[in-house]
Write a protein that binds this ligand. Structure first.
Ligand code: 2X7
Ligand code: FE2
Length: 300
């Protein structure tokens, strides 16, 4: 069992709204017949493994909350509203109702600032929470019974360059770990991003028509496989080292800094990540993979 004040585990938890659409939860207005089963069943197995662990809070960094001046943190205890995907309003109209662990958010925000990262608490009660945060949290914990800490993506890769992004995310990761350890909370961390991110250009009439769902560029696929192999063989420092090239070559959503932040927060695990699924959504590459402690039954 994890000690108090620790990161219990972490996951790469991609956020295509299509996956929520295909699950038909009561919060989402559109209805689907099926779709993207490999990824959804992967999330299901992840949730089953997660249920063996006790956690108090989910800390998520989302590629779709984009802030150009620093990393921001949700700083209001409760948010309730409707989230509509700007590109796919036909698939995602989700009524969310979520709690925020504001003290932990403040602590990460403050420690990161002390480490030289520009940070800000977001105190607007009418703020609309981004769909990346919502989708990753919903697929990880559909009961919404835990508070979250939500961190924005400072688009430093665009405003500066990918090296600045890396440096800032390493510092933010250290600050996240220290704040969680000091908080007494047992936390699960989520990097909310796809891997390769080349979209198809013509949408099928039926969104869940799986005959149209595949990778559209072999080089992007090769990059996804290279990154996944590093993560599932415990070579996480190498994964961070190749992140700049990965981001450039595969147009990856890891350009949000989320994956680098996750690996730094976890202190570069040498334990192989468990790969639950890899699959395509509108042609993008998505992996559900996690680092969780071995459970007693799994220890020989
Ligand atoms: O945000 C996304 C994504 N990252 C990948 C696929 C489809 C839609 O939205
Ligand atoms: Fe995305």
């Amino acid at each position: 069992m994890a000690a108090r004040g620790s990161i219990v585990g972490g996951a790469l938890a991609p956020h295509p709204p299509h996956l929520v659409y295909a699950e038909n939860p009561p919060q989402n207005e559109p209805r689907a017949e099926c779709g993207w089963e490999v990824l959804r069943w992967g999330y299901e197995r992840f949730r089953r493994d997660l249920a063996k662990h006790s956690i108090d809070v989910i800390v998520v960094l989302s590629a779709h909350w984009q802030t150009y001046i620093g990393n921001h943190f949700l700083g209001v205890p409760h948010f309730k509203s409707l989230s509509v995907d700007p590109i796919f309003p036909n698939l995602f109209r989700f009524h969310y109702d979520l709690k925020v662990d504001v003290p932990l958010a403040e602590s990460i925000c403050e420690r990161a600032a002390q480490a030289g990262v520009v940070t800000k608490m977001m105190r607007n009660p009418d703020f609309r929470v981004d769909y990346g945060t919502i989708v990753s949290c919903h697929l990880t914990r559909p009961a919404w019974d835990l508070p979250i800490v939500a961190i924005s993506s400072n688009r430093s890769r665009f405003y500066y360059n990918v090296e600045v992004m890396q440096e800032q995310m390493l510092a933010l990761g250290r600050a996240t770990r220290e704040a969680i350890e000091a908080s007494g909370r047992r936390a699960l961390l989520l990097a909310s991003n796809s891997l390769s991110h080349r979209h198809f250009t013509v949408e099928p009439e039926v969104p869940e028509d799986m005959s149209r769902e595949h990778i559209y560029n072999h080089n992007q696929y090769l990059w996804d496989m290279r990154m996944i192999e590093l993560l599932r063989s415990g070579k996480t420092r190498e994964a961070v080292d190749i992140m700049p090239e990965f981001v450039e070559q595969s147009v990856s959503e890891a350009d949000s800094g989320a994956l680098t932040w996750l690996l730094a927060s976890l202190d570069f695990p040498s334990q192989p990540a468990e790969l639950y699924a890899y699959g395509n959504v509108i042609g993008t590459g998505n992996a559900v993979l996690a680092w969780l402690p071995p459970t007693p039954a799994a220890v020989s």
